[in-house]
Design a protein around this ligand. Structure first.
Ligand code: ADP
Ligand code: MG
Length: 281
């Protein structure tokens, strides 16, 4: 039995002390921990001995050239792809490699794909309501008190994503950026502890990018969400980045502040010596 799994067993004794909405245990360590993860597709190592540690409340940016394994890494965390080796833990309690995709989602890991998938004919409010109803744990136990709580939560999320004024309108009339925020809001409805966001600012205006930077930095924080952002836009990464991880050929090439990694000769070489501000990640 590994050190981490024995910790997990010991902590189960204290399960009754932990609120059901916050099942992830970060008292003794990070919120997300990948150790020695590898996956091979048809003989090609897409992820190669990947190690990654995300602390509770952290906002982490992941960059790397096309094919570096960024999306595959998210597929592994969310249970869509199973690695050939390594371990993946959510807090000290949850071994993600033995859980299904829906189980991982209900533990509090929300993933935002690149394309917005909001329901255009429904209002902004209804989209958020539906996101909550999609939670199978809540639907069967829905009482009047619960639906009041859901309404409060929707109002809270509308403020967070800046769509209060538009909540009665159909989602179809929203701009591209607003649809992306609504989709982040739909994830927030279930109070995730970890958000994985794939290329949030692709196709956004400068102003929308600034607003998105505020939104994501505001979401991250201890006891709130931890946020992992994969993004190609270097200007955007520079504007939000605390720690940046550079993936290359399925493993971590460099990690540090934006300044540290963008001056790292290995990183410069991977980007073919291009100015990281000019070149896509
Ligand atoms: P990134 O998101 O960094 O651009 P990906 O994770 O999408 O990179 O891909 C990493 C590598 O793994 C690529 O070479 C890609 O072609 C390959 N790959 C990803 N998923 C699959 C799959 N399901 N089957 C075969 N090859 C895959
Ligand atoms: Mg990708």
């Amino acid at each position: 039995m590994s050190f981490l799994s024995s910790l997990a067993d010991r902590d189960r004794v204290f399960d009754f002390l932990v609120p059901a909405t916050s099942p992830v245990d970060v008292r003794h360590g990070p919120i997300l921990y990948l150790d020695g993860v590898s996956v091979t597709f048809d003989g090609f190592k897409a992820i190669d001995d990947l190690n990654l540690t995300i602390e509770d409340g952290e906002l982490r940016c992941i960059i790397g050239p096309n094919g570096a394994g960024k999306t595959t890494m998210m597929d592994i965390i969310t249970g869509k792809t199973r690695p050939d080796s390594g371990s993946v833990w959510f807090g000290s309690r949850h071994n993600l490699l033995v859980k299904s995709e829906p189980e991982i989602a209900s533990l509090g890991i929300g993933r935002k794909f690149q394309k917005p998938t909001v329901f255009e004919a429904l209002t902004v409010f209804e989209n958020l309501e539906l996101a909550m109803a999609a939670d199978k744990r809540i639907l069967p136990t829905l009482t009047a008190r619960m639906s009041g709580e859901i309404r409060d939560r929707i109002e809270e999320v509308l403020v967070t994503i800046g769509l209060v004024e538009l909540h009665h309108g159909p989602a179809g009339i929203l701009s591209h950026g607003q649809k992306q925020w609504l989709e982040i809001g739909m994830l927030l409805m279930q109070r995730p502890r970890l958000l994985l966001v794939d290329e949030p600012v692709a196709g956004m205006t400068e102003q929308e990018m600034e607003r998105t930077a505020e939104l994501l930095t505001g979401l991250a924080g201890k006891g709130k969400q931890s946020v992992v952002v994969v993004e190609h836009d270097m200007g955007f990464v520079r504007s939000i980045a605390r720690t940046v991880t550079v993936l290359h050929q399925g493993s971590v090439l460099a990690e540090g502040s934006m300044d540290q990694v963008s001056h790292d000769p290995r990183v410069v070489e991977v980007y073919l010596g291009a100015d990281p501000d000019e070149e896509a990640a």
